[in-house]
Write a protein that binds this ligand. Structure first.
Ligand code: PBE
Length: 300
C-alpha cells in the first residue's frame, strides 16, 4: 500500500524540480538523495524535542552538530507534547521525527523505529540509577534500603506506563502494580523496618518513564509507613535538589551519558545507589512507515 505521506513528499520534490531524477521511485530509493531532501521539507526541518533540561536535548544538539544538520531545528516542549505530536502525525500517517527513549509506552502503541546513529553520538545502552542525598542512609535507613534494593526490568516499568497512557491515574496504576507484584516488592523492602510517618520527598521529572517508576516507589515507601511527597521538577533542579538536600532522592539518573553533565556537576554531593533498570536507549524516533533509516538520511 502506498502511504499517504509519500505523495505529500512528492510536492516539495516537484517544486524543487527534482522529481525528474526519480519520479515515482523517489520515495523508495534511499540512494537517490532526493528522499532525504524531501524528508526535511516534509517535517519543516523540525525535530520534536522535549523539556530543555532533558539530557536527550543536549545529546540531540550534539547530533545536529556531528551530522552537520545545520538547517534542522530541535523544538523544545515537553514529554507530553512530544507524544501528542507523534500520535497526531501517526494517526494520519504523516511524517514526524521526535526525540525518543526506551523503555517507553509509545513502542507498544505505535509501530516506530530508531534512526541509526552511525557516529554513536547518542551513546550505547544505559541504565537508570537511583540517586540519594548524602546522609539519607543515617536519617532514613529504611527508605535508603528500599531505594538501594529497588530494581526492575523494562517490562514491569512498561506495564505501569501503559496503564497510565490508557488513562489510569499514575498513583492508582502504581498501586495496582504494587498489589499485583508483592514478591518483587518484597525483595526491594527486604530488611527495611517499618517507620511511623517519617517524611520523605522524592523528586522526578514528568517523563513517562519517571512518572511510572517514582509513583511505584512512592507506594512502596507509603506501605512501609513513610509520609511521601513527590515533587515534580525539571531535570536540573532534580539533581540540584538532591545535591542540596531539599530532595531526599530521585530514581531518574540516566547514566553514564544522558545525565553526565548533571552527574559531574554535583559529584560528591549525592550518593549513587546504582542501576534500578538496565538497558535504556535514547535517539531519534520515527514511525516505521517513514522511508529513512539513519540520522545520515536527514542530511541533504
Ligand atoms: N529522557 C527520559 C530523559 C531521561 C529520562 C531520556 C527523556 C533525559 O533525556 O534526560
Amino acid at each position: 500500500m502506498k502511504k499517504k505521506w509519500l505523495s505529500i513528499l512528492m510536492v516539495p520534490a516537484l517544486t524543487l524540480g527534482l522529481a525528474a531524477c526519480g519520479s515515482g521511485e523517489t520515495s523508495n530509493d534511499k540512494d537517490s538523495g532526493n528522499s532525504a531532501a524531501s524528508i526535511g521539507e516534509s517535517v519543516d526541518y523540525k525535530i520534536i524535542g522535549i523539556d530543555p533540561g532533558a539530557g536527550i536535548m543536549k545529546a540531540t544538539a550534539n547530533v545536529l552538530e556531528d551530522y552537520e544538520l545545520d538547517e534542522w531545528t530541535l523544538v523544545e516542549g515537553s514529554g507530553a507534547a512530544m507524544t501528542a505530536s507523534l500520535k497526531k502525525a501517526y494517526d494520519k500517517e504523516e511524517p514526524v521525527i521526535v526525540t525518543g527513549w526506551s523503555p517507553h509506552w509509545k513502542f507498544s502503541k505505535m509501530d516506530l523505529k530508531y534512526l541509526e546513529d552511525p557516529k554513536g553520538t547518542y551513546g550505547d545502552a544505559e541504565n537508570i540509577h537511583s540517586i540519594a542525598r548524602n546522609g539519607l542512609s543515617t536519617d532514613h535507613p529504611s527508605a535508603y534500603k528500599v531505594l538501594d534494593q529497588f530494581n526492575w526490568p523494562e517490562e514491569d516499568m512498561n506495564d505501569v506506563m501503559v496503564q497510565i497512557t490508557d488513562g489510569e491515574d499514575p498513583e492508582k496504576a502504581a498501586r495496582s502494580w504494587v498489589d499485583e507484584n508483592t514478591d518483587k516488592v518484597a525483595a526491594w523492602t527486604e530488611g527495611a523496618e517499618e517507620v511511623d510517618g517519617d517524611k520523605i520527598t522524592i523528586g522526578y521529572v514528568a517523563w513517562d518513564t519517571e512518572i511510572a517508576s517514582t509513583n511505584v516507589i512512592a507506594q512502596v515507601l507509603t506501605d512501609l509507613g513513610y509520609d511521601v511527597t513527590l515533587r515534580q521538577v525539571e531535570a536540573g533542579p532534580m539533581w540540584a535538589g538532591v545535591a542540596e538536600g531539599s530532595l531526599d532522592a530521585h530514581i531518574a539518573g540516566w547514566l553514564p551519558l544522558t545525565h553526565a553533565d548533571y552527574y559531574s556537576k554535583f559529584e560528591g554531593q549525592f550518593e549513587d545507589l546504582g542501576a534500578n533498570l538496565e538497558g535504556t536507549k535514547i535517539g531519534l524516533v520515527v514511525p516505521s512507515y517513514m522511508d529513512i533509516d539513519s540520522i545520515e538520511d536527514l542530511k541533504e
